[in-house]
Design a protein around this ligand. Structure first.
Ligand SMILES: [Zn+2]
Length: 96
């Protein structure tokens, strides 16, 4: 279990590289936003998901975000092919 800590400052986010931390861009014209995060496992890798605030963007792969930075949730589960698979719920990453 890893807590998902939100960063407002993109530079601090990129410097700290804290496992499970995230930074959100946008929204853009269609409402899509980018969810950048460091792998909850602690390996230091960074990835990005296409998200919508309260909706799942049509062009996939994409995730529906609950709009919260304090207790973020994403659906469906995040599957980092062959590396990490789990859920972000109530601000906590849980592997499955
Ligand atoms: Zn990892």
């Amino acid at each position: 279990m890893t807590r998902a800590v939100h960063y407002r400052d993109r530079n601090a986010f990129l410097q700290d590289r804290a496992p499970g931390s995230f930074w959100i861009s946008g929204p853009e014209e269609k409402g899509d936003q980018s969810f950048l995060f460091f792998c909850p496992c602690g390996c230091g890798d960074k990835s990005v998901l296409n998200i919508g605030n309260g909706f799942k963007p049509k062009h996939g792969p994409s995730w529906c975000w609950n709009g919260s930075t304090a207790a973020p949730e994403l659906a469906p589960s995040v599957n980092w092919q062959g590396h990490w698979h789990g859920w972000l719920q109530a601000g906590v990453w849980r592997s499955c």
